[in-house]
Design a protein around this ligand. Structure first.
Ligand SMILES: [Zn+2]
Length: 136
C-alpha cells in the first residue's frame, strides 16, 4: 500500500507545474487569435493597369501642336504609325489620326514626308520593334 502511494506521488505532476503549463497554452491561443489571424490586404499579384503615354501625361492631341503629331508620322512615307507601334489607346489613336489629317489640311504638316526640322525629335516609340505584333 505504501509502495503504491509513492508511485502515485512520483508520477503525478505537482499542481503548480500543471497550472503554469495551462497558462502557456492559454497565451498561445490568445496570440493565435490576435496576431496570427488572416489580414485583409490588397492582391499582391494584381497586374498593374497599363496606360498609353498620352493618357499618362494627360495630353489631348491638337492640330496646332503639329510638332507632337509629327512624332506619330513616318519620316520616309509620311504615314501615320498604327496602334501596334504607337501603343496608344483606341480613343487617343483615333484623335491623333484625325488631328494629323486636320493639320495636313491646314498645311501645318506635309502628307508624304516628315518635316525635316522635327527629324531629330526624341522618339516616343521604336517603329522597328512594335509594342504588339500586327494583327494581320
Ligand atoms: Zn490612353
Amino acid at each position: 500500500m505504501a509502495l503504491l502511494k509513492t508511485l502515485i506521488t512520483r508520477f503525478v505532476l505537482p499542481t503548480s507545474y500543471r497550472a503554469t503549463a495551462i497558462r502557456y497554452t492559454s497565451t498561445d491561443q490568445k496570440i493565435a487569435e490576435t496576431d496570427d489571424a488572416p489580414v485583409e490586404m490588397e492582391n499582391p499579384y494584381k497586374k498593374e493597369t497599363r496606360q498609353c503615354i498620352l493618357c499618362k501625361l494627360n495630353i489631348t492631341p491638337d492640330y496646332k501642336n503639329y510638332r507632337l503629331l509629327s512624332q506619330f508620322q513616318s519620316p520616309y512615307t509620311g504615314r501615320i504609325y498604327g496602334r501596334h507601334i504607337t501603343g496608344l489607346c483606341k480613343q487617343k489613336q483615333e484623335l491623333v489620326e484625325s488631328e494629323i489629317k486636320k493639320a495636313q489640311n491646314c498645311a501645318y504638316m506635309p502628307y508624304y514626308y516628315k518635316d525635316k526640322t522635327f527629324l531629330k525629335d526624341p522618339k516616343l516609340f521604336d517603329p522597328e520593334n512594335p509594342i504588339r505584333s500586327h494583327r494581320f
